[in-house]
Design a protein around this ligand. Structure first.
Ligand SMILES: NC(=O)c1ccc[n+]([C@@H]2O[C@H](COP(=O)([O-])OP(=O)(O)OC[C@H]3O[C@@H](n4cnc5c(N)ncnc54)[C@H](O)[C@@H]3O)[C@@H](O)[C@H]2O)c1
Length: 261
């Protein structure tokens, strides 16, 4: 097969959690550009409906559902509706996450710790498990992409802000990915993680506004810049398509070189 054809997703159905805006929106559109129909879910309703319209404008089927990814009954209803409306699920991209806590670890309220771990780690299990059950039952395999962060390897040096809980959750995402990959390879379900470095989004804007933090992050990055929000699209389509047919359990770091130093 010609190499560019390996990236085509025609006739595939994808779910993108947290797909309403920023990186999730970019990646929902990337999958649609590659040929997939895309169902997105998010808490952000207005942005979600706008992204749905953008996907439809590309000539694909799209659907937006307002879902809190920490609420299993809402995930059940969403997954069931996608299967009813689209007939199947081939691809799941788990983006939904919340930003760092911002306060020192010894001051993080217990409830905040639970909320970040539930949103940024456990929800990937809740969603992944349900979609994998469908894929196993259908017997046609599938691909799951979990969004981790370079912070799965290194604690973000964004003092005087703090983000240990976020980093711990993202580390869990990397290992959850390996666990899913090891258990579901027998069903032809490939599970990989994407671990971005600093990308210009509202999530990084708070710390990037502090010159001391921005300068430190740029000095620690060989490429001396943050990534653009559209610079991970190729990686998502690679991991979602036949182009990555022998990859499972991989944590693909794309960070301008931050983690090499
Ligand atoms: N921006 C970066 O530099 C960067 C770096 C590394 C990893 N990441 C990861 O990439 C992903 C996307 O990042 P982003 O910067 O676009 O973040 P973002 O906050 O803009 O997007 C996350 C989306 O998840 C949604 N969401 C949050 N909690 C939810 C919940 N309980 N239920 C449903 N939806 C919920 C938000 O509404 C938002 O649309 C996240 O997993 C993030 O941790 C981002």
């Amino acid at each position: 097969m010609p190499v560019l054809d390996l990236f085509k997703l025609d006739g595939q159905v994808a779910i993108v959690t947290g797909g309403a805006q920023n990186l999730g929106r970019q990646h929902a559109l990337a999958l649609a550009e590659a040929g997939a129909d895309v169902a997105i879910c998010d808490l952000a309703e207005v942005a979600g409906r706008e992204t749905q319209a953008e996907i439809e404008a590309l000539g694909r089927r799209a659907w937006f559902g307002k879902v809190d990814v920490t609420q299993c009954e809402q995930i059940d209803a969403f997954v069931e509706t996608v299967i009813q409306q689209f007939g199947k699920i081939d691809i799941l991209v788990n983006h939904a996450a919340m930003p760092s806590e911002g306060v020192p670890l010894h001051e993080v309220p217990d409830d905040k710790w639970r909320q970040i771990i539930d949103t940024n780690l456990s929800s990937l299990f809740y969603f992944g498990k349900r979609v994998a059950q469908h894929m196993i039952q259908r017997g046609q395999g599938g691909r799951i992409i979990n969004i981790s962060s370079m912070n799965w390897m290194v604690i973000g040096n964004i003092f005087p802000r703090h983000n240990v809980t976020y980093c711990v959750a993202k580390s869990g995402v990397a290992h959850l990915t390996r666990g899913m990959a090891s258990e579901w390879a027998q069903y032809d379900i490939r599970v990989n993680a994407l671990a971005p470095g600093y990308i210009h989004t509202p999530q990084t804007a708070a710390s990037a506004k502090i010159p001391e933090i921005l300068e430190r992050n740029l000095a620690a990055t060989p490429m001396r810049r943050y990534g653009r929000v559209d610079e991970l699209k190729g990686a998502i389509v690679f991991l979602a398509s036949e182009a990555s047919s022998f990859a499972t359990g991989t944590v693909l770091i794309i960070d301008g070189g931050y983690t090499v130093w």
